[in-house]
Design a protein around this ligand. Structure first.
Ligand SMILES: Cc1cc2nc3c(=O)[nH]c(=O)nc-3n(C[C@H](O)[C@H](O)[C@H](O)COP(=O)(O)OP(=O)(O)OC[C@H]3O[C@@H](n4cnc5c(N)ncnc54)[C@H](O)[C@@H]3O)c2cc1C
Ligand code: FES
Length: 271
């Protein structure tokens, strides 16, 4: 990467409303952007500001990048007003993604909550794209209500795919909901899996990351086999400003994907 600060001019090609608070922006950069699944980019909106997001599209496609964005505050609320044809800047990718070589030959148990499914969608694309490197891919996905579920079409496709075993829950069901009601961790109770031969991946809001990790530890997963995608307020994105400090780490440079073994001795990792 010659200049990690230089944003690449990128056109918003399509905007997909996923839920009342979440939209996916299909972006076409002026030049291909290569990334590893789990890495993040900084998106700059002229006159508005900048924020970090993890691509939700396949790392094998470099001419197009999807970012799925929750309306969380100042920048993201204005991003939500962008329409097809708008221009944004994308710089990066930054940080360390999922170490797929460490997943080789293993079962993969993925716990996702809310917009946390965004980086996991990219991970799933990467996992099942290759030859049968991974034994079994189990996705447990939870949202607050059926209306807040993202990627509904994609979830239907995964449900039909042999390579993916999908379990779904909502905290609060509505009429017509045919899957589990309860927090996402209860889904794991229905999964028969050998922790010694699998890795666990957790991505979602901090409370879900905490209980998801505890669930995997309770099942017997080793600290180094639990992969967490961490979010911290960021600024430079390249390990210079210190905004994203987490114990001895900078999330932007040393993460955002960490093993629980790396983080477990840090105070307040879920704050
Ligand atoms: C590596 C990384 C990847 C991310 N990927 C995604 C993604 O794919 N999709 C997505 O919707 N969001 C993602 N986020 C979170 C996203 O960056 C924040 O929601 C966004 O920066 C909020 O900006 P804002 O100006 O709209 O909100 P603000 O007005 O700045 O803040 C609104 C609220 O969000 C909190 N917040 C602000 N920045 C962050 C941050 N970086 N991380 C966590 N909380 C924050 C604030 O503390 C505040 O409570 C990611 C964050 C990181 C660090
Ligand atoms: S965002 Fe500047 S050091 Fe991580």
């Amino acid at each position: 990467m010659s200049d990690p600060y230089r944003p690449i001019k990128t056109r918003v090609e399509k905007v997909i409303t996923e839920s009342p608070t979440i939209k996916t922006f299909v972006l076409r950069p002026e030049q291909p952007i290569e990334f590893q699944t789990g890495q993040f980019v900084e998106m700059t909106v002229p006159g508005i500001g900048e924020a970090p997001f993890t691509p939700s599209s396949s790392p094998q496609i470099q001419e197009q990048m999807d970012v799925t964005i929750m309306n969380a505050g100042r920048v993201t609320s204005l991003v939500h007003q962008l329409e097809p044809g708008a221009t944004v800047g994308v710089r990066g990718p930054y940080g360390k993604g999922y170490p797929l070589d460490k997943f080789d030959g293993k079962d993969i148990l993925i716990l996702g909550g809310g917009v946390g499914l965004a980086p996991l969608r990219s991970l799933l694309y990467a996992l099942y794209a290759g030859p049968d490197r991974f034994k079994r891919i189990v996705l447990c996905y939870g949202a607050k209500t059926p209306a807040e579920i993202i990627y509904k079409k994609q979830l239907d496709e995964w449900r039909r795919m042999e390579q993916v075993e999908l379990h779904q829950s909502v905290d609060k069901a509505a009429e017509g909901w045919q899957y589990t009601e309860g927090v996402v961790t209860v889904l794991v109770d229905d999964v028969e899996i050998d922790p010694a031969k699998s890795v666990g991946v957790v991505c979602g809001p901090p409370i879900m990351m905490k209980f998801g990790t505890q669930k995997l530890l309770g099942l017997g997963y080793a600290d180094e086999d639990i992969y967490l995608s961490m979010e911290k307020n960021m600024s430079c994105g390249v390990g210079k400003c210190g905004h994203c400090r987490l114990g001895p780490f900078y999330v932007c440079k040393d993460g955002p994907v960490f093993t629980y073994a790396q983080l477990k001795d840090i105070d307040k990792i879920w704050d």
